[in-house]
Design a protein around this ligand. Structure first.
Ligand code: NAP
Ligand code: SF4
Length: 671
């Protein structure tokens, strides 16, 4: 056994069954669960993670009945004829040496359809549909539906089920007074509010027998007004253990909570203190969750006794071999999840198949297949941003001889800039990963080289990944000494004065404003982060919330755009609100519908509506999008050298690393 992670790699004895290590793959809705015809892809997805060493995976949520659907015709397991396709998944995982549990998830008032039900008829702020309060009969039949779903899961070959009792879904709607306004035996004191959860666990245990894993995902920190107190959480945990659960998984925050729980600016293992507080109070294994993305973090939680298992979800999208790599001492080779949500959760919420920004193979295991090159070629890759690095690595993986040219002093391109933004420190992990892969695969990396066509004539093919240059808007005075391009402002932020206007409010305008309004990164300081977002680490308030205490901005900032809509609309679905909220809390002025008049010694002159205004700023930072740099395209065409254009060089509009990495992968697989 690798001695670096002895706790992580230690088997866990559950009595009737053993888990080979302490890694649980947490539930994620991939978007392949809803239709039987996608189950072969789902099987390949889980099999890859089981091959990679995961001890126990949990599927995305399956509803025990129609009312509990996340949306119409979403994943459900309530009848015998739905069992068949699941057998493909369970047998693929078992063949790969892993175990798998089915998550039973009744969405309650989070169901996006008019049949939704809940403890009480209290609408959620994030769903237009108002639920119907469940009747006594409805409650009883729903409990029976959970039990039936678990029996069907067992028939399908699952090793267990996870009962989703957190994140603000149905069971959580019963346990917390936020939604539960009942005055019958299912509402009022915690003994009554917890009854639904307890009865479900009892019914499931009775139906499946003693030798079947039951994980209960317990909401330990609701992070909303009207959440449970710690005493109420403890009551539930003990009652759920007594009812027959095998393990307790941690749930942090309702979906409607205004505290970020998993985005990249959340410190690593920020919520480890929660299962740590529960563990001494119960005698069944407790699982820790959220922002555990390296074997070191996982090992630390286990070694300090915070939990018995760690739940990793997105990190296993990013690298299915996470556990095996850790076990063989190759943690440096792990493709680390940077918690960006761009290709996983943002896809899920847009009802698209989830994948991974840093690993486009995720959930495409049967469609995106890397095969050795039939003819080994000499390939030049021009530009070492995300697209160029990916192309170089993928080509080298296939056996091609690759030279990667970069005009800068280091690889990384726009990603290197992103990594300097407070709260985006994780992005350095991707740079570390690519640097390591380039080195291991023997790619020749030539830094500080301005490539011209003569340097490319001896190559069989060229990948043009020359990236982008910042757009210079035609505003009178744009060459004034107070004006900086975003790259300069990020790399030399000390040049930016105390009053600053940011032109352009796309992802980069927001990032630059984050950088300029932060004295330090709270992502690296959990105590400061709890204070910033109003998390109470002592958990002596209901829901674990406290008043927010945002650190003051060292600069006065105006973030501007020409569009009349509210700023930040185009940001990620699951992360945009965090950026908007963080800038608002720091007093950044966000103004839309701006016309830029001129820049001079007085500052930036704008017109908003009909009103002319002068922003008396010391600096103006331009974040007005990008233009493709494809200056080598014509010479390559004229020289008759086969080439492919990828990433920002291909198309600058709406460019992001997700598209760049995926496109570069797809092209590299065809060379
Ligand atoms: P962007 O999203 O295209 O935003 C450019 C901004 O500049 C817009 O606000 C646009 O708004 C403004 N603009 C465009 N042309 C202009 C002109 N001629 N004069 C003045 N303003 C102009 O580009 P970006 O912010 O540079 O980001 C590039 C890409 O990187 C994005 O597409 C994004 O996907 C990615 N990125 C993502 C994140 C993230 O957190 N996910 C972070 C950073 C970057 P108006 O036209 O309304 O003024
Ligand atoms: Fe992690 Fe981003 Fe990949 Fe999602 S898309 S798994 S958050 S790296």
């Amino acid at each position: 056994m690798n001695t670096a992670y002895p706790h992580l790699l230690e088997p866990l004895d559950l009595g009737f069954t053993q888990l080979r290590n302490r890694v649980l793959m947490g539930s994620m809705h991939i978007g392949l669960e809803d239709k039987a015809r996608d189950f072969d892809k789902l099987a390949a997805f889980f099999a890859a993670r089981a091959k990679g060493g995961v001890a126990l995976a949990v599927t995305g949520g399956f509803s025990p009945n129609r009312e509990g659907w996340l949306y119409p015709f979403a994943s459900k397991l309530s009848s015998k004829r739905e069992v068949g396709p699941h057998r493909d998944v369970t047998s693929a995982v078992h063949e790969a040496g892993g175990k798998i549990a089915l998550q039973i998830l009744h969405a309650g008032r989070y169901s996006y359809h008019p049949l939704s039900v809940s403890a009480s008829a209290v609408k959620s702020p994030i769903n237009p549909f108002k639920p119907r309060a469940m009747s006594e009969r409805g409650i009883r039949s729903t409990i029976a539906d959970y039990a039936r779903c678990a029996v069907l899961a067992r028939e399908a070959g699952y090793d267990g089920v996870e009962i989703m009792g957190s994140e603000g879904y149905l069971i959580n709607q019963f346990t917390a007074p936020r939604v539960n306004r009942r005055d019958d035996g299912w509402g009022g004191p915690i003994e009554n509010r917890a009854r639904f959860a307890v009865e479900i666990v009892k019914a499931v245990r009775e139906a499946v027998g003693p030798d079947f894993i039951i994980i209960f995902r317990l909401s330990m920190l609701d992070l909303v007004e009207g959440g449970n107190t710690w005493d109420e959480v403890l009551f539930q945990a003990k009652a759920i253990e007594a009812a027959g659960a095998t393990m307790i998984n941690t749930g942090i925050g309702w979906h409607e909570a205004r505290v970020p729980t998993i985005v990249t600016s959340v410190p690593r293992a920020a919520f480890g203190f929660v299962p740590e507080k529960l563990r001494p109070e119960v005698s069944i294994p407790v699982i820790a969750v959220n922002r555990i993305n390296t074997p070191e973090i996982a090992e630390d939680l286990l070694a300090r006794g915070a939990c018995d298992m760690v739940s990793l979800a997105r990190p296993l999208l990013a690298d299915p071999e996470f556990v095996n790599k850790a076990a063989r001492g190759g943690a440096q080779d792990i493709n680390t999840c940077i918690a960006c949500n761009q290709a996983c959760l943002d896809h899920t919420f847009a009802l698209k198949r989830a994948s991974c920004l840093v690993n486009p193979y995720a959930a495409y295991e049967t469609e995106l297949v890397r095969k050795p090159a039939e003819v080994v070629k000499q390939v030049a890759v021009v530009g070492a941003g995300p697209a160029g690095m990916t192309a170089a690595v993928e080509l080298a993986e296939r056996g091609h001889q690759v030279t990667l040219f970069e005009r800068g002093k280091a690889v990384g391109g726009q990603f290197r800039l992103a990594a300097r933004i407070p709260g985006k420190e994780e992005f350095t992990e991707t740079l570390r990963y690519y640097t390591r892969r380039l080195d291991t695969l023997g790619v020749t990396v030539r830094l500080g080289v301005e490539v011209d066509i003569e340097m490319l004539t001896d190559f069989d093919e060229v990948i043009l990944a020359s990236g982008v240059t910042g757009r210079v808007p035609a505003i009178p005075g744009i060459d004034h000494p107070s004006v900086l391009q975003y790259a300069e402002a990020i790399e030399q932020s000390e040049r930016v004065g105390p009053r600053v206007a940011v032109i352009g409010a796309g992802g980069i305008g927001f990032d630059v404003s984050e950088l300029l309004s932060s004295a330090e990164s709270t992502a690296l300081d959990p105590a400061a982060w709890y204070a910033e977002w109003g998390v109470n680490p002592a958990i002596d308030s209901a829901g674990g919330i406290a008043a927010k205490a945002t650190p003051a901005s060292p600069r006065q900032i105006w973030l501007l755009q020409r569009k009349k809509e509210s700023l930040g609309k185009g940001l990620g679905k699951t992360s945009g609100w965090v950026h908007r909220s963080s800038l608002r809390d720091r007093g950044v002025h966000m103004i839309g519908g701006v016309h830029y008049e001129r820049i001079d010694d007085e500052g930036l002159h704008i017109v908003v509506g009909d009103e002319p205004r002068t922003l008396a700023v010391d600096s103006v930072v331009v974040c007005a999008g990008q233009l493709s740099d494809r200056s080598l395209e014509d010479p390559l065409r004229e020289g008759g050298i086969p080439f492919h254009v990828v990433g920002g060089a291909h198309e600058a509009a709406e460019l992001d690393a997700k598209r760049a990495i995926r496109q570069a992968t797809e092209i590299a697989l065809k060379v």
